[in-house]
Design a protein around this ligand. Sequence first.
Ligand code: ATP
Length: 199
Amino acid sequence: MYLKSIELQGFKSFAKKTKINFTEPITAIVGPNGSGKSNILDAITWALGETRVKSLRGAKMADVIFSGTHQRKALGIADVSLTFDNTSKWLDIPYNEVTIQRRMYRSGESEYRINQETCRLKDIQELFMDTGIGKDGYSFIGQGRIDAVLSNKPEDRRMVFEEAAGITKFKKRKNESIKKLQETLDNLERIQDLLNVLK
Ligand code: ATP
C-alpha cells in the first residue's frame, strides 16, 4: 500500500493542473524555499479531510484556494485527488487502486469522492482510520511534527500509538455508542416525567 500519485488544481500555489507520481519506496521532494514543497503535504492532509485551518497554515479555509498572482487570476475551486495502490487490501475496500478526491469552493463547501463516487467526509475518515494514513496519521510528517510528537503531552503521544495499534476506530465507535446511550437515557427520563404528569 502506498501513495501512487497526487493531482492538484487550484490548491495553494498549484494553480495549473499538476500531477506528481510517487515511486516506491521513497520519493524526495526538493526545491528552493517557498517553491511549494509543504503545500504538497498540506494538499495530502486536506484531501484526507483536514478541517483545522491552522494545520493547513491558513487563517481561513478558503486560503487553500489559489489566490492569484501578477500573471494569473485567483481561482474559485481547489481540487486534490490522491491515488493509493491497494493491491495489499490495506484499505478495507475491494479495489486495487483507490482514489479519494476533495473539492472546495470559495463558499467553504467541500465535496468528497472515493473512486469517483460522491461520499461524506465521515466515509473518508473511516476508510483511513487505524491505517496510519488519515489526516492525523503518522505516515505524513510535516516540518515541526517530529518535535511536536516528541514534546507533546503523553496523552497526545498516546494517540499516535493508538492509531498504530489500530484501536482508534473502536474508541470512536465506543464514544458514539456512549453518546447514543446517553440520548436514550435522556429520552427515558423525559417519558418518565410525562408519565408522572399523566398519573
Ligand atoms: P520552505 O522550504 O521555505 O519551507 P516550501 O517549498 O515548503 O518552502 P510552501 O510553504 O509549500 O514552500 O509554499 C509557500 C508558497 O505558497 C508561497 O510563495 C505562498 O505565496 C504560496 N501560497 C500559499 N498559499 C497560496 C494560495 N492560496 N494561493 C497562491 N499561492 C499560495
